[in-house]
Design a protein around this ligand. Structure first.
Ligand code: GDP
Ligand code: MG
Length: 178
């Protein structure tokens, strides 16, 4: 839930969900540090990063980003992870239909157990691997539309649409009454 320090400065917990290997940690690293490390292995240890952005209406949003240390393999732990989250980013890999199936699972899971005003985004990552694409853009769009989510395809490798992802989430956060 967006916790306002004041009406112009929002602060929100953001979690990333999705199969291991879809690029969650790389998306966060690209957004927060502007880096991409192709050799990075599975995240070691839970990681917490924060990044503040300014929107065009001069609102600032501080994202408190929780990245899993591979606990995504243990679905039972997930509710602990997304408790209190104002934003859930569900990530799949456009070259992996399997990961898209898992994304559909997470959408259902969050609708059942997530907080009712959570902002959900669906992200098709690894868009740079277009020659290996196995999930059509339309399939992502359709899943998102049906569930009232924002949808975007990104590449943590090329940085394509990474900042746009977080800006669009920022725009969709509930604003405190003024
Ligand atoms: P996580 O398990 O979801 O956190 O996935 P990681 O962020 O650790 O990424 C898994 C693998 O995918 C790594 O080898 C990354 O280099 C690679 N990867 C992540 N994002 C991209 C991307 O946008 N494009 C390409 N080509 N590879 C990516
Ligand atoms: Mg990771």
């Amino acid at each position: 839930n967006a916790v306002p320090s004041d009406a112009k400065n929002l602060r929100v917990k953001l979690v990333l969900l999705g199969d291991s290997g879809v690029g969650k940690s790389c998306i966060v690293l690209r957004f927060v540090r502007g880096q991409f490390d192709a050799t990075s292995k599975v995240t070691v240890g839970a990681s917490f990063l924060s990044q503040t952005i300014a929107l065009q209406d001069s609102t600032t949003v501080k994202f408190e980003i929780w990245d899993t240390a591979g606990q995504e393999r243990y679905s039972a732990l997930a509710p602990l992870y997304y408790r209190g989250a104002g934003v859930a980013v569900i990530v799949y890999d456009i070259t992996s239909p399997e990961s898209f199936k898992k994304a559909q699972y997470w959408v259902k899971e969050l609708q059942k157990h997530g907080s009712p005003d959570i902002v959900m985004a669906l992200v098709g990552n690894k868009a740079d691997l277009h020659e290996k694409r196995e999930v059509a853009t339309e399939d992502g769009m359709e899943l998102a539309e049906k569930n009232g989510m924002f949808f975007i395809e990104t590449s943590a490798k090329t940085a394509d649409n990474i900042n746009q992802l977080f800006e669009e989430i920022g725009k969709r956060l509930p604003r405190p009454p003024s």
